[in-house]
Design a binder for this molecule. Structure first.
Ligand SMILES: NCC(=O)N[C@@H](Cc1c[nH]cn1)C(=O)O
Ligand SMILES: [Zn+2]
Ligand SMILES: [Zn+2]
Length: 474
């Protein structure tokens, strides 16, 4: 069943209102996992509550416990749950999204202030701002759909349940417990689920995503002297924590992406012919990735190898060092305690526990070889398993209706670990339906969403609801 034409027309006619809504949301700097932004994350949750309530949804803000930030115990951002419709004759669709964002500072290299949605002055339609594509744009896409239906006086073709969290960028702490505890309450009666929190592969081809890599995030902590030291006075006399840490971090991965931790490669599921064929069928040119990263810095020159590097193989990335001197200037300090941060993206059959065992064993063995008198700690901060699923008839039809194109079937290199919790705990068929493009720069500087993706994305989410309502259950 095609979407109601009045709905599609309404979306086209209200683009400016929708952009204003995105602008209001981007202005709330809801950076999770950072004490300085706790109030902003809370404000963003409240913003969603206000918006949904005004559109007639039944909304609740649910506390899910506390966590420690910079030594202080604070409330976790609440989960916002909402519902529109409760008709037993209709299917029930659950949508999930997150209202927290990654950190962003203008001085990181943003063209415009990251928390002010800024249209490209050259008129390309790009809307720059932190969270524009990850994940405020897609979340607001659902709110736009609700607004259109309410103002047109059209009933939704499905019952809609919504679950929005504020900790996705920091491991979705306690969300699994919340899903478990609400399994037979808020989440009961859900037929299927849609998550829009990833991206097309290129800038032209809409896609449906049937796989996600998992993620294990680690810290290596080295403690040395009990205070920072002068390198002229103490250099050459003490074991330096940074030296130990850099040595260890240099032993995790090669420059061409090979993971050096013994036992990890051996756990990867063998590639099947069917899997290879799916990668070969994807519309993808090396130019797409060169444009998305801003230059030819790819490990492979081959498209299928590049796609498999992102979707089918594990990868290890070094993210940063806490405690190291990083400001401009030439401070001659020996930092006394440093924490190296890295993560491993997981693919079938790597597990959070299996990989952690190998990582901890290896880092400890390498540290022992250094003969350092400093203290080592290596631990997982958060983990999420990989996920695969393949059956998306309603979304396929909706994509063809909105974009006039057959979608690519992709797997995502990024991770949305809670997908697996929803699928396993609620026994659901989860659809990943991206809204943004491959060059949106999520987590990067100058994150953007194209106006056409935001507006067509709103139509896509709405059209998916109509196709879902009409399709026979599996
Ligand atoms: N759009 C999904 C996304 O960005 N997910 C994050 C999840 C994460 C896990 N730990 C920190 N962030 C990702 O990096 O893939
Ligand atoms: Zn996201
Ligand atoms: Zn993200």
């Amino acid at each position: 069943m095609a979407a109601d034409p009045q709905f599609l027309k309404y979306v086209d006619e209200h683009q400016d209102d929708y952009i204003k809504r995105l602008s209001d949301a981007v202005a709330i700097a809801s950076v999770s996992g950072n004490l300085a932004y706790v109030k902003d994350v809370e404000a963003m949750g409240e913003y969603l509550v206000q918006q949904l309530t005004a559109l007639g949804a039944t909304v609740e803000k649910r506390p899910i416990g506390t966590h420690t930030l910079e030594g202080k115990e604070v409330d976790l951002p609440p989960v916002i749950i909402g519902q529109v419709g409760n008709d037993p004759k209709k299917k029930t669709l659950l949508v999930y999204g997150h209202y927290d964002v990654q950190p962003a500072l203008k001085e990181d290299g943003w063209l415009y202030p990251p928390f002010e949605l800024t249209p490209d002055p050259k008129g390309s339609g790009k809307l720059y701002g932190r969270g524009s594509t990850d994940d405020k744009g897609p979340v607001l896409g659902w709110i736009n759909v609700l607004e259109a239906h309410k103002n047109l006086g059209i009933e939704l073709p499905v019952n809609l349940k919504m679950c929005f969290e504020g900790m996705e960028e920091n491991g979705s702490v306690n969300l699994d417990k919340f899903i478990e505890s609400e399994k037979d309450k808020f989440f009961s009666g859900v037929d299927c689920m849609c998550i829009s929190d990833n991206y097309w592969l290129d800038t032209k081809t809409p896609c449906l995503t049937y796989g996600l890599r998992g993620i294990n995030y680690y810290e290596i902590k080295i403690n040395g002297p009990d205070r920072d030291l002068h390198s002229g006075v103490f250099g050459g006399t003490v074991h330096e924590p940074m030296t130990d840490l850099i040595t260890l971090m240099s032993k995790l991965v090669t420059g061409d992406g090979q993971i050096l931790i013994p036992g990890v490669k051996e756990m990867i599921a063998p590639l099947t012919d069917d899997e290879r064929a799916k990668f070969e069928a994807i519309h993808f040119a090396m130019k797409d990735i060169h444009d998305a990263v801003g230059g030819d810095v790819t490990i492979y020159n081959d498209g299928v190898k590049t796609l498999m590097g992102r979707m089918r193989n594990p990868s290890l990335s070094l993210h940063g060092i806490e405690g190291a001197f990083s400001a401009p200037g030439s401070k001659t300090v020996i930092p006394c305690q440093v924490k190296g941060k890295f993560s491993i993206r997981l693919v079938p059959n790597l597990t959070v526990a299996g990989v952690t065992e190998k990582v901890v064993e290896y880092v400890k063995a390498e540290f022992a070889k250094l003969g350092s008198k400093n203290k080592l700690d290596v631990y997982l901060t958060h983990g999420g398993e990989p996920w695969l699923h393949y059956s998306y008839r309603a979304a396929h039809k909706a994509t063809e209706a909105v974009y006039g194109q057959t979608p690519d079937y992709t797997r995502e290199g990024g991770s949305i670990p809670v997908t697996l919790d929803f699928a396993n705990i609620l026994g659901l068929n989860v659809l990943l339906l991206p809204v943004g493009r491959g060059d949106d720069g999520a987590h990067s500087t100058n994150e953007k969403i194209d106006t056409s993706n935001y507006i067509n994305g709103t139509k896509l989410l709405g059209s998916y609801m109509y196709e879902l309502a009409a399709i026979a259950k599996d």
